[in-house]
Ligand binder design. Structure first.
Ligand code: PEP
Ligand code: MN
Length: 399
């Protein structure tokens, strides 16, 4: 099913599995399992994203940076979906339909800037790469890359989808006539782990070809979007809606090549460009990229990820993000796209349904003595429910 050549292409940020023999068994097991999502619902999402590309809807894509297995039980997935619904309701009150895409029920793999980390006692251990690869606990044993974790990732994505289905059923029974209650919740994650994603490729009965059955939408991260690498080839091979993160170093030539390869021959909105440049760089970098695409800019959905370009450290060394800077990036994003008559199609956010203290409200908080008493993220700092609402409200006011 997978062209042999694809297996030879360079791939960044792949784990060194501790038991290669077991990897083959896990891959075989996954190959024999049913698809997590069906091709029909992937196409349904593609239809909704076409409205986004046309300027008639927005997307809110939100959830954890890195989901923990221990935080992925059914009731937790439902809590994440409820938060996403509230964010979408906020957008819809502003008068535009909102497509809800969870960054959950499968967001279990992380690219990391360093392969190892050094503990306070000087020991060097492998870095945490997401629960589908290793454990968060800072010990050499927990950090072994264990292929069997991919089976747990599959199982929890499956039970998460069941939980979303149950939630949908309960809401439709109690439907009070608010149609947004019934809007589907789609799931998405970064298609990082090639061993996992390739084993879940399935034939697409509706359109022919292949689709990724691991989620309705997958995206390729900023660190793995090299044109000659395996992740882009994977995205090219599937029919699902796909996203690509675009950071401040992306060139117009790269962007044109990405659009050529991932949008051509598909319906409008098949490709989502997720812009994550940082409040300071976006005004300098984004205009030339949009201009370089010319009329093709209208073929894709444009989202702002205002989190990943705005990661800061407090004076005490705590990794955080500042809500006002997040809003600044969104402001620039909307203005720049508007100036080129392109629709600012939505937000990609890292959020928690819990009252966490991971992001701060203003830059003054970076130097103060804030108490991060609920810093629970396994990876990047997330907006708490109030901060997330503020950010979405800020976006909708700019529409
Ligand atoms: C992420 O979305 O958590 C991530 C790693 O983002 P990026 O690829 O934009 O750096
Ligand atoms: Mn992140």
């Amino acid at each position: 099913m997978i062209p042999h050549a694809l297996l030879e292409i360079a791939a960044a940020h792949q784990p060194e599995w501790s038991t290669p023999g077991e990897l083959a068994a896990v891959r075989n097991e996954l190959l024999g399992r049913p698809p997590l999502v069906d091709a029909h619902s992937c196409h349904a999402l593609a239809g909704e994203l076409e409205f986004v590309a046309r300027g008639e809807a927005v997307v809110i894509q939100a959830g954890d940076c890195a989901e923990l297995f221990s935080d992925s039980e059914r009731h937790r997935v439902q809590a994440k979906a409820s938060q996403l619904q509230h964010l979408c309701d906020t957008a819809e009150f502003a008068g535009i339909p909102a497509v809800r895409i969870g960054r959950f029920a499968g967001q279990f793999a992380k690219p990391r800037s360093c392969a190892t980390e050094t503990l306070p006692d000087g020991t060097e251990i492998p870095v945490y790469r997401g629960d589908a690869v290793n454990g968060l606990n800072p010990t050499a044993t927990a950090r072994r890359a264990d292929p069997a974790r991919m089976l747990t990732a599959y199982d929890l994505a499956a039970s998460g989808l069941d939980a979303l289905f149950m939630r949908q059923l309960l809401l439709s029974e109690g439907d009070s006539g608010i149609s947004s209650m019934l809007a589907p919740t789609y799931i998405s994650h970064e298609a990082l782990l090639l061993d996992f994603e390739r084993a879940l490729l399935r034939p697409d009965p509706a359109r022919g070809g292949t689709y990724a059955s691991s989620a309705h939408m997958v995206w390729i991260g900023e660190r793995t979007r090299q044109l000659d690498h395996a992740h882009l080839a994977l995205a090219e091979q599937i029919n699902n809606p796909v996203g690509v993160k675009i950071g401040p170093t992306a060139t117009p030539e790269e962007l044109i090549a990405i659009v050529d390869r991932l949008a051509t021959g598909h319906r409008r909105g098949r490709l989502t460009l997720i812009i994550r440049m940082g409040a300071e760089k976006i005004a300098d970098r984004l205009p030339a990229l949009v201009a370089a695409l010319g009329t093709r800019a209208g073929e894709v959905a444009w989202l702002s990820d205002p989190m990943h370009g705005n990661t800061k450290k407090t004076v005490t060394g705590q990794k955080t993000r500042v809500v006002t800077e997040i809003q600044d990036e969104i402001g620039h994003f909307c203005r720049i796209l508007r100036e080129q008559r392109v629709h600012p199609g939505g937000l990609h956010l890292e959020v928690s349904p819990d009252p966490v203290t991971e992001c701060v409200d203003t830059t003054a908080d970076l130097t103060g003595s804030l108490d991060f008493d609920r810093y629970e993220s396994a990876c990047d700092p997330r907006l708490n429910p109030i901060q997330a609402q503020q950010v979405v409200r800020h976006f909708t006011r700019l529409l």
